[in-house]
Design a protein around this ligand. Structure first.
Ligand SMILES: Cc1cc2nc3c(=O)[nH]c(=O)nc-3n(C[C@H](O)[C@H](O)[C@H](O)COP(=O)(O)O)c2cc1C
Length: 367
């Protein structure tokens, strides 16, 4: 089925370079920089690295930049080099970065998250080891005292009171994101991090109102959405990234059917876009993955719920990206590692597809 957009008086097929309006935000194209941690922060502050890294992809023509995961509390970080949004002092640098991204005609969202039991690691250059309190790390928390991977230290189960505190941290971080000039927020509920640790029965063994039934396991995510939606402007789009499946062969694994039902609930609570990622509690054999391998996840969620979706995972080619949009598999293509190799992915994709693209005037003599 072809996805149609209404452009002026004529209906035309949506493609990679057609704009997308989400609430009051119009993205100039469907190409999104996927969040990628840079481990280049001190005390949660964005740095000049972030200005250049994100700024380059904006110069490269992406329609939307999503920052790496910004933790809502220092203890929520995967490493002490993660960015954060837990104090007002974090806002100022983002105002500079966001102004630059906006000058390129690109929108910018911040991803907010909590790593739960996957927090407390060393810097990737120091081995990316999980660290307990005896090794300069800290006690991590989760839905239940179950490690995400065998051999990892056991997290502490969060109390109901602590859950309210975490929801509040998301709310306060969202308020700061608005002050920092972000156009949107993406809540990170994927990849085996805290909210996913509540969603999936692989980890969540609670017997209170946050465990057991589907309604209870989805409660934390929905409460975070409610809290965030209350403090951000009505016209600001809200994204949520989920792991649509766990990639674990188990009756306890989170399923695509659950993701679809969760997406319906999220939509009711005011979420506009679901980025359909996957996994977080298993090692995936990357040699078995092929171009666009996760597109069917965004396609199913979009088809069943009508919510906008972003497809992510090994989208590396202009034609794959264009086909995802043309075929109506997703509304956005979310590109991570290819953007590291090729910051000008969007400009190059436009040239390859024969679509006129805006090239920064400073670079025009190269084209
Ligand atoms: C260096 C690196 C850091 C990442 N950090 C994040 C992150 O902060 N938040 C997130 O949701 N995904 C993160 N991811 C996952 C990517 O956003 C993306 O989902 C994944 O790499 C698959 O897309 P790709 O095949 O286009 O790279 C990271 C990936 C990489 C390679």
């Amino acid at each position: 089925m072809e996805h149609q957009i209404n452009s002026g008086n004529t209906m035309q097929t949506a493609h990679l370079f057609s704009p997308l309006a989400i609430r009051n935000l119009t993205l100039k194209n469907r190409i999104v920089l996927s969040p990628m941690q840079q481990y280049s922060s001190v005390d949660g502050f964005a740095s000049d690295w972030h200005l250049v890294h994100l700024g380059s992809r904006a110069v490269g023509g992406a329609g939307l930049i999503i920052t790496e995961c910004a933790s809502v509390h220092p203890s929520a970080r995967s490493t002490t080099h993660d960015i954060g949004m837990w104090k007002d002092e974090h806002i100022e640098k983002w105002q500079q970065i966001n102004a630059f991204v906006h000058e390129q005609g690109t929108a910018v969202a911040i991803q907010l998250g909590h790593f739960g039991s996957k927090a407390s690691r060393s810097h990737p250059n120091d081995g990316f080891e999980y660290l307990d309190e005896h090794k300069n790390g800290w006690q991590t928390v989760s839905s239940s005292p179950i490690a995400p991977f065998p051999g990892m230290s056991i997290p502490r189960e969060v109390s109901i009171e602590e859950i309210s505190g975490i929801i509040n941290e998301f709310r306060n971080a969202a308020l700061r994101a608005v002050k920092a000039g972000f156009d949107s927020i993406e809540l990170h509920f994927a990849h085996g991090y805290l909210v996913h640790q509540f969603l999936s029965k692989l980890i969540n063994q609670r017997s209170d109102i946050y465990g057991g039934s589907f309604e209870n396991r989805t409660r934390l995510g929905l409460e975070i959405v409610e809290a965030v939606r209350q403090v951000i402007p009505n016209e600001m789009p809200l994204f949520v990234r989920i792991s649509a499946v766990d990639y674990v062969e188990s009756e306890s694994a989170w399923t695509l059917e659950e993701s679809i039902q969760f997406a319906r609930f999220l939509k009711e609570k005011g979420v506009d876009v679901i980025t359909a990622s996957a996994g977080g509690f298993s090692w995936v054999d990357k040699s078995k993955l092929s171009e666009g391998y996760q597109v069917p996840l965004s396609e199913a969620i979009k088809a069943q719920t009508g919510i906008f979706t972003g497809a992510v995972g090994l989208i590396t080619k202009a034609h794959t990206a264009d086909d995802v949009i043309k075929n109506g598999n997703a509304d956005l293509v979310v590109i991570a590692r290819e953007h590291l190799r090729n910051p000008y992915f969007a400009i190059n994709a436009g040239i390859e597809l024969g679509v006129p693209v805006n090239i920064p005037w400073q670079y025009k003599r190269a084209y």
